[in-house]
Ligand binder design. Structure first.
Ligand SMILES: Cc1cc2nc3c(=O)[nH]c(=O)nc-3n(C[C@H](O)[C@H](O)[C@H](O)COP(=O)(O)OP(=O)(O)OC[C@H]3O[C@@H](n4cnc5c(N)ncnc54)[C@H](O)[C@@H]3O)c2cc1C
Length: 464
């Protein structure tokens, strides 16, 4: 029996599984789709997510698929320069989400169980029973990462309040039989709500359209080449001719968030916990950060050494971050509406974002570099995570009794770094209190089980 079941083999579920396995747990990912998807909704990785992937040795496998390095993010299409962000990666990476997911999946110890759509969930005092692909699976805990239409959210009747869709859009990957010279020759930031076009490898183009026709059509209406042709002609003139539609999907600007991320032994992450307009490249990045925040806390809970409230601190820390993303994307969606009031507001905001302090504040937020939690001193910029999911103590004497949870390293600047890369102590008094606060009381004997399972101990982080 695995320690934890993960429902959903998207980037969030896969990284949650990776983090849990890294900490030595047995994990089974249950994925509805029979094959890994080649359809990538997200195309952008923010700096904090790049740091997280690099730190875990996952970036090298993504690198061959990088299509662009964008020196800026954007707020509703208003460029937000990343040049002075305090990170090794002051840019967004243009890379298809499917390659990020594949890079993580390739490093899982237990293969993803495919064709396993979750249809029922029951929990009791000891664990969770999940019916998936017609079979029952049992584990102590379930991570629900089954995406924006989460079945598990519905099965549990979890409240998902927010705002409904006001504007409907289509995302599609297409080939173009003809296009005006100079259009979509390179990656650029989106401008306006319709007619966004971006070149992808293999002669494909990513199109996003959201004109009048998209507002009239039903959410489940098939996307046709004719519909895309009309929308792209409206945006770019008659010199464009759509060839093949490789895949397409409708999406909207509904913004909703779970009131509680934890429901007993079921913990939600990624789009299953929060949805919003995918403007500014936030959703995938939020999901990845959810997983690294949750992984070590749930592992400690399973092992039985989690201090009181540690697992619930996942909700306390991550709920406000996604709530802020919902606020930001609602604002960006509002600024992008095709009406003169939105255009006026947009001009005012663009002026304000020319002020360095304002621009910097949005850059820190969009890039994930500014993510912080109560009681955290900052993110560790030069302390690689421990391969086995332990915390890292730099430049201080090894404390007795925490060796199974804390790796000690030499260094001039004392720091205690949580397994998700956030600094909770930086010298002076209080080390003992912080160790107890995050990692529980000291132990007399090492946790044997952990020592037996160090799946990635021989794989140092990539220098990618
Ligand atoms: C047009 C568009 C562009 C976007 N661009 C960006 C961007 O540039 N940057 C960014 O950060 N974000 C972007 N996003 C958002 C991003 O794609 C999502 O936030 C991201 O996919 C969330 O990952 P996830 O793993 O939580 O969910 P998903 O990727 O939806 O994965 C959920 C997985 O669960 C599986 N599943 C579903 N139901 C079940 C079930 N019952 N049982 C088992 N498995 C199930 C699904 O098959 C899927 O594999 C964009 C979104 C859209 C629509």
């Amino acid at each position: 029996m695995p320690d934890v079941l993960v429902a959903g083999g998207g980037p969030t579920g896969l990284l949650a599984a990776f983090e849990l396995e890294r900490a030595g747990l047995d994990v089974l990912v249950l994925e509805r789709d029979v094959r890994p998807t080649t359809q990538s909704k997200a195309l952008a990785l923010q700096p904090r997510s790049i740091e997280v992937l690099q730190d875990r040795g996952l970036l090298a496998a993504v690198e061959p698929h990088i299509e662009a390095r964008l020196p800026a993010g954007h707020f509703s299409g208003i460029p937000i320069d990343y040049a002075d962000l305090p990170t090794r990666f002051p840019y967004q990476l243009g890379v298809e989400q499917a390659h990020v997911a594949a890079a993580i999946e390739a490093r899982l110890r237990t293969p993803v169980l495919r064709g396993a759509a979750v249809t029922a969930v029951k929990q009791d005092g000891e664990g969770v029973t999940v019916t998936a692909g017609g079979r029952d699976h049992r584990a102590g805990w379930l991570v629900a990462a089954d995406g924006g239409h989460s079945t598990i959210r519905k099965l549990l009747g979890a409240a998902f309040p927010g705002t409904p869709t006001r504007i409907s859009l289509v995302v599609a990957d297409v080939t173009l039989a003809r296009k005006p010279a100079g259009l979509a020759d390179g990656w650029q930031l989106p401008a306006g709500t319709s007619g966004f076009l971006l070149p992808l490898s293999g002669g494909r183009y990513r199109a996003i359209v959201g004109g009048e026709e998209q507002q009239r059509l039903a959410r489940d209406a098939p996307v046709t080449a004719g519909e895309l042709q009309r929308a792209l002609t409206d945006a770019h003139g008659p010199g464009i001719e759509v060839g093949e539609v490789l895949w397409a999907s409708r999406f909207g600007d509904a913004a909703r968030q779970l009131e509680r991320y934890r429901h007993g032994r079921v913990v939600f992450a990624g789009d299953a916990a929060h949805i919003h307009l995918p403007v500014g490249g936030q959703g995938l990045n939020l999901g990845l950060q959810d997983s690294v925040n949750l992984g070590w806390k749930l592992a400690a809970q399973v092992r039985g050494h989690a201090p009181d409230g540690l697992l619930d601190s996942y909700h306390d820390e991550r709920h406000p971050v996604a709530a802020r993303a919902l606020l930001s994307t609602r604002a960006q969606g509002g600024l992008g509406m095709p009406d003169p009031y939105a255009a006026a507001a947009r001009e005012v905001v663009a002026g304000l974002l020319a002020v360095p302090e304002a621009r910097r504040s949005i850059a820190w937020e969009l890039s994930g570099i500014g993510i912080t939690y109560p009681g955290i001193l900052g993110r560790a910029t030069d302390v690689p995570v421990a391969p086995d999911g332990r915390a890292v103590l730099v430049g201080a004497s090894p404390p007795a009794g925490w060796a199974d949870r804390v790796e000690t390293r030499d260094g001039a600047e004392p720091q205690l770094v949580r397994p998700d890369g956030y600094v909770v102590w930086a010298g002076g008094p209080g080390l003992d209190a912080e160790l107890r606060r995050w990692f529980g009381p000291p132990r007399k004997t090492a946790d044997r089980r952990r020592a037996q399972k160090l799946p990635f101990a021989d794989q140092p982080p990539s220098t990618g």
